[in-house]
Design a protein around this ligand. Structure first.
Ligand code: ADP
Ligand code: ZN
Length: 702
């Protein structure tokens, strides 16, 4: 199919203007009848790769997916785009399942989503179906190498035997080579064409912060983002609950999510998050797998993740719509210690420890973080990314030799028997119970680093650990030991370069500003509310109606006709028809209100100018000439200015008697709004100017 035709289909049915990397070639390969293996990062746009061919091909497309919760979402999404699809899984009653199976035969559906466990239900209708494409989502579930092994996936190979001439598309975000080979083999793919998309997600900013005061840092962070959905990953169930509570106390709708909670509660939290009713979810890793929410605007890691794979998958849940999204990872030594303990006690401890070490290296990095991430996935990039904390704030070094000497000698004075916090207290000369109990205050170098803050000392010591001058004895209460390299600094004058500690200063004013800005109804907020209302009505998640990216574009381009609306990315024919008018109305209304406001502001100014000129003693005629306005206009300005209570004398224009007569006429004529009835009443003997100004005086005297 020509590129033009494919692009037209993409726009008509899904509303998108362009293909994302690899989508078009994958689609072409499938349409040519070839088996395909597509490896794309989360948010890379895998669904289009089978949804678009499904529309073009004559028969039905079977989509195998392990994520039952996601099926409804995907089917809802397709339906809002006017595409007929259904799903069959154990969440439905057997009558319901039977209903859809019966209807498959009548060829009403272009796509059917089915869980591998339920696939056998289809056996009875297979003979009657024209199956044009088989898509296997989350294909890594077939491999026991992978992290989400699903036994039901191992049977899927029979699909290829059953439909030998139907192309199979296997999709996954797992890049690892062993898994890839396993997928091909077990699905019995024939000579599959493999596509590996770049794992780079440029719209995700990357940042690592020291974990000191992290709760406060998180609250400040969230306060700056009212209405923006985010996920906070925590290591323990307890932390998710405590953190959610703290956020609630500072007015954020936050909920905890972990495997220990009742199923119903978990499902409810997930729904609320998906539907934009709950802003923040504090979750263990169990959260996020089964959701497709495209407007997650940020992801925070409260604790260091176990490995880079998990970390990348989790941050990948932010910004699927392609708009900028933020990620922040908090690094704490306590976490490293705990994770090292878990890893060394678990299965495969060598591998797990090595993976953790890579994770730690990433967090400690002093060069572009994205380069490190991508190189982990085998992608080499030349340029620095410009969207990570290191690129934005390159580290600056200083001669830290004396600092290093002070710290290392403190460790030595304390006989290499104390953990980091005590060393810092010792250096700073803290007068706490523990120091006195141990009589450390009487040691020679006690308080030698009192001029440096607690926070900074922590950071310097961590740097010294990273540089290899000292180390943490994880199995001995985390006491800090010196390494042989320490000697070089202490006795041989080796120079140590340290990295300047930059502490994020949170600007309260900035928070206030963002809050007031968000409270003011921007067009985006108005459109967001409209989207939310429609979504509630239709019982689908808000992002299924339009993505944040589409709303942002509407805000910028302000489409006010069907044609302009259709030009928005994400608006296809079905969505134009269904939602176009409502959104266009909202935009038109907003624009008119804005114009009105601008006009009244301008008018406010014109009155003011007249008033100033008049008060400075210039005659009405003169003002009219100067301002290039009609005399009547100036008179009507004066009338309004007078009614509004301004200090002007109108006696030169209209006498007290005339005012009295006008007042009487007003009653006799039963309060006409126009001036002509007065003019006629006085037999054209009282000028319009006099009538206008006289009535102003009557009005103000009331
Ligand atoms: P994945 O399954 O790879 O994580 P999805 O198929 O869910 O990704 O797509 C992620 C998001 O990107 C969805 O919101 C989808 O609508 C959007 N998307 C997919 N393809 C395009 C495209 N060509 N242009 C714009 N948005 C797209
Ligand atoms: Zn970078």
């Amino acid at each position: 199919m020509t590129s033009e035709v494919l692009h037209a289909k993409l726009k008509e049915n899904f509303g998108f203007e362009k293909f994302r990397p690899n989508q078009e070639t994958i689609i072409n390969t499938i349409l040519s009848g070839q088996d395909t293996l597509a490896i794309m990062p989360t948010g890379g746009g895998k669904s289009i790769c089978f949804q678009l061919p499904a529309l073009v091909l004559p028969g039905i497309t079977i989509v195998i997916s392990p994520l039952i919760a996601l099926m409804k979402d995907q089917v809802d999404s397709l339906k809002t785009n006017g595409i007929s699809a259904c799903y069959i899984n154990s969440s439905q009653s057997s009558e319901e399942q039977q209903f859809y199976i019966d209807n498959l035969k009548s060829n009403t559906f272009k796509l059917v989503y089915i869980a591998p466990e339920s696939l056998s239900y289809l056996d009875v209708v297979f003979n009657e179906l024209t199956v044009s494409l088989i898509a296997i989502d989350e294909a890594h579930c077939i491999s026991s190498w992978g992290h989400d092994f699903r036994p039901a996936y191992t049977n899927l190979g029979y699909l290829k035997s059953r439909f030998p001439s139907t192309p199979v598309l296997a999709l996954t975000a797992t890049a690892d080579k062993a898994t890839r080979t396993d997928i091909t083999k077990q699905l019995k793919l024939r000579n599959p064409k493999t596509f590996v998309a770049s794992f780079d997600r440029k719209n995700l900013s990357l940042e690592v912060r020291p974990a000191l005061d992290r709760v406060k840092q998180i609250i400040d962070f969230v306060e700056k983002k009212p209405n923006e959905s985010g996920i906070i990953y925590c290591l323990s169930r307890k932390t998710t609950e405590e953190l959610a509570l703290k956020l609630q106390k500072s007015g954020v709708t936050a909920k905890a999510y972990h495997a220990g909670l009742d199923n119903k509660i978990r499902a409810k939290t997930q729904d609320e998050f998906i539907n934009d009713d709950c802003q923040v979810v504090c979750a263990t890793i169990a959260f996020g797998m089964g959701i497709d929410k495209s407007n997650v605007r940020w992801v925070i890691h409260y604790n260091l993740p176990k490995n880079i794979e998990g970390y990348y998958q989790e941050i990948g849940r932010a910004g699927r719509d392609g708009l900028p999204a933020e990620t922040v990872l908090f690094e704490s030594y306590a976490d490293v210690i705990q994770l090292q303990k878990f890893a060394s006690e678990g299965l495969n401890s060598d591998v797990q420890l090595a993976k953790l070490e890579r994770m730690k290296q990433y967090a400690d990095a002093l060069s572009c973080r994205r380069k490190i991430l991508l190189s982990y996935f085998g992608e080499l990039v030349k340029e620095n990314c410009g969207n990570c904390d290191i690129c934005k704030n390159p580290p600056t070094f200083f001669d830290g030799t004396i600092l290093a000497q002070k710290a290392l000698s403190a460790i030595s004075r304390l006989q290499e028997s104390e953990p980091l916090a005590v060393i810092v207290d010792f250096l700073r000369g803290s007068r706490n119970a523990y120091i006195y109990e141990k009589n450390y205050q009487s040691l020679k170098t006690y308080g030698i680093g009192a001029d440096i803050s607690w926070y900074d000392w922590n950071q310097y010591l961590i740097q010294l650990i990273n540089l290899g001058y000292c180390e943490i004895a994880f199995h001995q209460h985390n006491k800090i030991l010196l390494t042989p390299f320490a000697k070089k600094v202490l006795f041989e004058g080796e120079n140590v370069k340290l990295n300047t500690v930059v502490k994020k200063v949170i600007d309260k004013n900035e928070i206030k500003e963002t809050k007031t800005k968000a409270a003011k109804s921007s067009l985006f907020e108005i459109l967001r509310k409209l989207r939310y209302e429609i979504a509630q009505d239709e019982e689908v998640p808000a992002y299924v109606i339009f993505s944040d990216a589409s709303l942002r574009q509407m805000e910028t381009l302000r489409p006010m006709s069907d044609e302009e609306f259709l030009a928005i990315d994400g608006v296809g024919n079905a969505k134009l028809e269904k939602y176009g008018q409502e959104f266009i109305d909202a935009i038109v209304y907003y624009e008119n209100a804005k114009k009105k406001k601008a006009k009244s502001k301008k008018e406010g100014n014109t009155y003011k100018t007249t008033l100033e000129l008049f008060q400075s003693g210039i005659s009405v005629k003169e003002i009219a000439v100067q301002r290039n306005l009609g005399l009547t206009t100036i008179i009507s300005h004066l009338a309004k200015l007078y009614v509004d209570g301004n200090d002007i004398d109108l006696s030169q224009f209209v006498s007290d008697d005339e005012v009295m007569l006008l007042h009487k006429a007003q009653i006799d004529l039963e309060y006409p709004t126009a001036l002509k009835p007065y003019f006629d009443h006085f037999d054209e003997k009282l000028s319009y100017d006099k009538i206008r100004l006289g009535l102003a005086i009557v009005e103000r005297n009331k």
